[in-house]
Ligand binder design. Structure first.
Ligand SMILES: Nc1ncnc2c1ncn2[C@@H]1O[C@H](COP(=O)(O)OP(=O)(O)OP(=O)(O)O)[C@@H](O)[C@H]1O
Ligand SMILES: [Mg+2]
Length: 599
């Protein structure tokens, strides 16, 4: 076997394997080049999801013919004038995008510098196919046709033109958020897909994100240790089944960074079910020396010199904003609820049953259900609640209304419906509380408060419980035993495939011990050792709290109902349960009047 230097067209095709994965990645490279060239407007035209044609036209600096030749050569770039990669602020710097794309497609490059004539160069799968004068306004126009036509291996992995178009749109949307000062337009198979004029960052983000986020979003602006975080995130009650609406930027470069995604997740941890995701557009600014962008061929990942500072900024900053908005989640439901209620009165279905599936967008009342998971229920006791309600025989109890209502935000209890919902009268309207969801939240906050001031009180079991489990699960629980003890849960290894439980956290009351242990083992397997002890404890506390809520279906006395309402008023983040569902809704007096057509 002899070693040989590879010919340059083969090198380019190998590079294309990394850089040009699908039409969207080629498009991303071309638009980035336009932005680096100082364009103020970028127009994109696609056919068949970019498989047949990708065209990018910009009004940037343009290139002279000699530069155009160089641009198509590997490792030729204008973006590293002084070899200082660490200070790069342009999108590109590797000098390989154009030759890579040209090696797996037919590429026509036309360009013109202001005050000079335009020129055209054609490349067919890496080989020169012609050149000559071209008529175009100052700037650059690039056409990429028949991408991967001669690379069947790659073509096999492409999805439908529709899906590829979706990915193209996503790539441009991300760049458009990064550069609000530039106008963008996309046309797909003759139809306009997206069109935005130059604007400021908040306007651009609002134009490109879910319209609903205006009402369900939280503006973020915080600084810590020389790092800055700005942008917008959704309230926990506004969430999605996929993490596809998370737009993350580092120094205005769109990234898909695991550290940032993980931090975002951690900030919402006990506010959302595991299979639900917030919507977010977040911009992290760090001094250029603090971040290495040269770690990924497509430049979508970065490496931070101090990852924990970045994580702290995100988790801390988002958490503070979400805590502050703790009550707001429910307040928004308030606005949406009457619409839902009015329409539900005409339906035979039960208002809170699974039968009416929420739409994630466009439905003003969707946040009412927004936490409902469509996949398998993450937590028992929550998912089965609507069914319970559906089968429930009416058994409401009411308290006589005497005298004026004291000024409590959540009002005074007037009755209980389906042994699940508390109906209360407040000064300004009617409040309905989901006692199970509310209680779950209160238990978590109580556990948190207790664990931050030392250990959570334990309740010893008269007879220790033996729980049979898989060996790896037992290993995990055994390893976490000291943490769990701090949260009031005393467990010990009991042979290779069983655990012994001696005490449970007092704030839980009576609980299903084997179920709790199984959930904890699954939770520990998922979070692994990636989190700090503090974060792990918080996670575990949320799982325990979820398990401990036994109050759905329980008849409460008036005193108990009022005690629950008062505790909710003084407990942080009590507006939503640990899965992001609201714990209460309010019908303001005006809403009630509208329901009856009095207004
Ligand atoms: N639309 C454009 N307008 C003006 N110049 C361009 C344009 N596109 C490419 N160029 C020039 O061609 C060069 C090569 O582009 P190419 O995308 O291959 O590499 P790069 O942008 O320098 O680095 P990277 O491979 O990281 O994208 C650029 O450095 C730039 O000088
Ligand atoms: Mg480039």
């Amino acid at each position: 076997m002899s070693i040989r230097r590879l010919p340059s067209d083969l090198i380019n095709r190998i590079a294309a394997g990394e850089v040009v994965e699908r039409p969207a990645s080629a498009l991303k490279e071309l638009v980035e080049n336009s932005l680096d060239a100082g364009a103020s407007h970028v127009a994109v035209r696609l056919s068949a999801g970019g498989l047949d044609l990708i065209e990018v036209v910009d009004d940037g600096s343009g290139m002279a013919p000699a530069e155009m030749h160089l641009a198509l050569e590997r490792h030729a770039t204008s973006k590293l004038p002084d070899d200082a990669i660490e200070n790069v602020s342009s999108f590109g710097f590797r000098g390989e995008a154009l030759p890579s794309i040209a090696s797996v497609a037919r590429l026509t490059l036309e360009s013109r510098v202001a005050g000079a004539d335009g020129w055209r160069i054609e490349i067919d799968h890496g080989a020169r196919a012609g050149e000559g004068p071209a008529a175009l306004p100052p700037g650059t126009r690039i056409r990429v046709e028949g991408l991967f036509d001669k690379v069947p291996a790659r073509r096999k992995f492409l999805r439908s033109p529709r899906a590829e178009y979706g990915a193209c749109l996503d790539a441009v949307r991300r760049l458009a958020m990064a550069r609000p000062d530039v106008g963008f337009a996309i046309e797909h198979d003759g139809r306009r897909g997206l069109s935005v004029q130059p604007s400021d960052a908040p306007t651009r983000v609002a134009a490109l994100l879910d319209r609903e986020l205006v009402a369900h979003g939280l503006g973020i602006d915080c600084t810590r240790d020389g790092l800055r975080l700005t942008g917008v995130v959704s309230l926990p009650t506004f969430n999605r089944g996929m993490a596809d609406h998370q737009f993350l930027f580092v120094n205005d470069r769109p990234v898909k960074d695991r550290l940032l995604v993980g931090s975002l997740r951690a900030a919402y941890r006990d506010l959302l079910a595991r299979d639900r995701h917030p919507v977010a557009a977040l911009f992290v600014e760090v001094p250029t020396g603090e971040v290495d962008i040269n770690v990924h061929p497509a430049k979508t990942e970065v490496r931070f010199r101090d990852p924990s500072a970045v994580r702290g900024l995100l988790v801390g900053g988002l958490r503070a904003a979400l805590d502050e908005a703790g009550h707001r989640s429910a307040a928004h439901v308030q606005a949406a609820a009457p619409v839902q209620w009015t329409s539900d009165l005409t339906r035979p279905a039960h208002p809170l049953s699974h039968q009416s599936h929420p739409r994630e967008r466009g439905d003003p009342a969707s946040c009412f259900y927004a936490g409902e998971s469509s996949g398998p229920p993450a937590f028992a006791g929550v998912a089965d609640r609507p069914l319970e309600f559906a089968n429930y025989q009416p058994a409401a109890r009411a308290e006589p209304a005497t005298g004026p209502v004291p000024a409590f935000p959540l009002g005074v209890a007037r009755g209980q419906v389906a042994a699940t919902y508390i109906v209360a009268e407040a000064e300004d309207g009617l409040v309905i509380v989901d006692q199970h969801a509310a209680h779950e939240r209160l238990v978590l906050e109580r556990m948190r408060a207790a664990s931050s001031g030392g250990e959570v009180a334990r309740q010893a079991l008269l007879l220790p419980d033996v729980v049979e489990m898989d060996e790896p699960d037992c290993d995990r629980l055994e390893e976490a035993a000291p943490e769990l003890a701090g949260l009031g849960l005393e467990v010990e290894r009991f042979g290779p495939t069983a655990m012994l439980v001696r005490a449970t956290p007092a704030p839980l009351g009576k609980t299903d011990v084997p179920g709790l242990l199984r959930d904890l083992a699954a939770e520990l397997a998922e979070i692994g050792t990636a989190l700090t002890l503090r974060d792990r404890l918080d996670h575990v506390a949320a799982t325990i709290a979820c398990h401990g809520s036994v109050r759905a279906g329980r008849i409460l006395s008036v005193a108990e109902m009022n005690a629950l309402l008062r505790e909710m008023e003084v407990t942080p983040r009590s507006g939503q349960c640990n899965h992001g569902r609201p714990t209460w809704v309010k019908l303001a007096h005006g809403d009630i009047e509208r329901l009856f057509g009095r207004k």
